[in-house]
Design a protein around this ligand. Sequence first.
Ligand SMILES: [Zn+2]
Ligand SMILES: [Zn+2]
Length: 208
Amino acid sequence: MRILIVYDNNAKPGFKSGWGFSCLIEPDNKIDSNKKILFDTGDNPDKLLFNLNKIGINPKDIDILIISHEHWDHAGGMPGILKVNPDIKVIMPGAFSGLTEVEAGLGVYTTGPLLSSVVEQSLIVKTRKGSIVITGCAHPGIRRILKVAYKLGRIHGIIGGFHGFSDYEVLKDIELIAPCHCTQHIREIKNRFPENYKELIAGSVIEI
Ligand SMILES: [Zn+2]
Ligand SMILES: [Zn+2]
């Protein structure tokens, strides 16, 4: 499976950066190995479409759009994707009531809506090494999100925005730690987990 970072506050040369987060997931699954899922859209439709093109993804080929929460830096690019791909299946934060596989056999689950200052869902993507948890801003807190994700078994990695997260010990058993976007304590996380920390910015790719 692959996860392509489409949008982040920082970007590789040739990509556009912007305050926000978006990634494209090509999961390992039983029903259709070509399914593509876009998680969040960054804050700007033009930059989103530019970066998708740059990374080699035709927005018309994306099957499912999942929005973590309705803040502008995650949902702001939606009009761009809906304009070129009006038939895309959209899953908003309240679409499911709890931990649910997004489609049967897809290998991608939502935590369901977790309530904090905003309603937010995170994703859990099954891989042969364990789950990869993907967060938008993690407003409900990484600890709460991981507690839900552990119901599906071992967690290999966690990526996305960690916001003000600082209870670092909850990451100690996780092999791939890739905080980006709004994470306030990236340097501290990197110092505590130098072996497991991975820098992710727009244009980065994770393959498992
Ligand atoms: Zn955010
Ligand atoms: Zn937010």
